[in-house]
Design a binder for this molecule. Structure first.
Ligand SMILES: Cc1ncc(COP(=O)(O)O)c(C=O)c1O
Length: 401
């Protein structure tokens, strides 16, 4: 069965909630770093399904692991022991930071944050939490209370968790202004803010948060849902600054496209959750666990994280050469393959031009083109993608300036 683009669009527009900012394409297939639409047009993908497709779209090891598991056993609740779950947990703990060795397995990043919030509140018996201005932690009500943007919160302002205070990202001195930190359970922070516009904190910020958390007996919760799993050129982005979190949330790419996320923390904190207090019917299912183990194997053994570091550096260099002197560009910044082209104008027309020229990119706020390519991109994809971004920006300048 093959539907035309217009039919697909009209069905989705009629029957899917209108909460997604749609791109004018319908994709049917993916291979490596490329996606193909209903008409066979090829796109270079700098979007990775919002950062999920860290290994691209056709990694054989992940496909084989999923296929084998689907045929054998597709679902098993976590109340029953599972070989796949045990193998995944063992693999996961081989890459988590020292001391973080108990996990809650969830299906999405926002659920992982919900669990982290409960862990923090329960452990400290305090009711308040610090999150950062510009933060994005998800949209379920608990996670939404930690998400900064008015656009996501305003309709639910009265029902989100009330105990959250937002502090200036990157500015330690703001933490203690007007608050008694002994009343707070935890600090939630993204090591690099993604949705907030690829904001990289100054050196010393995360370490400073660790010190403040220790001083006031708060937990430090690091949200690696977007920045983790090699995205920034290290397994975990917080490792760029040698800081040790108490709890870490991960998601997106861990399931190789199968929904999966996790809250991983020190046993003393995670095990404060008691029987039945936080569970999920499908979290930790055998398909996701089989996929997750294959993803971690490929990430580590396939030298994918090294590639993210070197290709990320090449992409930032190429963008600096090709676009940073253009009038509409404010700045190119990033770490590994978590990159922003910060513009002086709104991104929409430029993003749509890039789509027309065969490149899919993300965005943040109003003026940032956010680039999250698969971590497997090579030199030719770096050159090709950066050239399309340059051409789209030059086209925009010709139209408007
Ligand atoms: C840092 C961060 N935390 C949490 C989430 C929420 O993840 P999900 O959309 O899987 O619920 C996201 C999603 O973009 C994210 O970037």
């Amino acid at each position: 069965m093959t539907l035309e683009f217009d039919e697909i669009k009209s069905i989705e527009d009629a029957h899917l909630v209108h909460t997604y900012q749609k791109f004018p394409v319908a994709i049917v297939k993916g291979e490596g770093c490329r996606l193909y639409d209903v008409n066979g047009k090829e796109y270079l993908d700098y979007m990775s399904g919002y950062g999920v497709a860290i290994l691209g779209y056709s990694n054989k090891k992940v496909i084989d692991a999923v296929k084998e598991q689907v045929e054998k056993l597709s679902i098993l609740h976590s109340s029953i022991y599972s070989e796949q779950r045990a193998l995944f947990l063992r693999r996961l703990m081989s890459v988590t930071p020292t001391g973080l060795n108990v996990a809650y397995l969830a299906n999405s990043g926002t659920e992982a944050i919900e669990a982290a919030l409960k862990v923090a509140l329960k452990n400290t018996k305090r009711k308040k939490v610090i999150a950062m201005k510009g933060a994005y932690h998800g949209k379920t009500l608990g996670a939404l209370s930690l998400t900064f943007s008015e656009k996501y919160r305003s309709s639910f302002q009265d029902v989100v968790y009330k105990g959250v205070d937002f502090s200036e990202y990157g500015d330690l001195s703001d933490l203690e202004k007007g608050r008694n930190l002994d009343e707070f359970a935890a600090i939630f922070v993204e090591p690099i803010q993604g949705e907030g516009g690829i904001k990289i904190p100054p050196d010393g910020f995360l370490k400073g948060l660790r010190e403040v958390a220790d001083k006031h007996s708060m937990l430090l919760v690091v949200d690696e849902v977007q920045s983790g799993l090699g995205r920034t050129g290290k397994m975990w982005a917080h490792q760029h600054w040698n800081v040790e979190p108490d709890v870490m949330t991960i998601g997106k790419g861990i399931g190789g496209g199968i929904p999966m996320a996790a809250t991983i923390g020190r046993a003393e904190y995670m095990n404060s959750l008691e029987l039945g207090e936080h569970t999920s019917t499908t979290g930790g299912n055998p398909i996701a666990c089989a996929a997750g183990r294959a993803v971690l194997d490929v990430l580590v053994e396939g030298r994918v994280i090294e590639n993210a570091r070197t290709s990320g550096a090449s992409l930032i260099r190429a963008l600096n050469e090709k676009v940073s002197s253009l009038r509409v560009v404010r700045e190119v910044r990033g770490k590994g393959l978590m990159i922003a082209v910060d513009l002086k104008v709104r991104f929409q027309e430029i993003l749509l031009k890039a789509v027309e020229l065969g490149l899919l990119t993300l965005y943040s706020g109003r003026t940032v083109l956010r680039l999250l390519p698969p971590l497997i991109i090579g030199e030719s994809e770096v050159l090709n993608g950066s050239s399309i971004i340059r051409d789209s920006l030059i086209w925009y300048e010709k139209q408007h300036i």
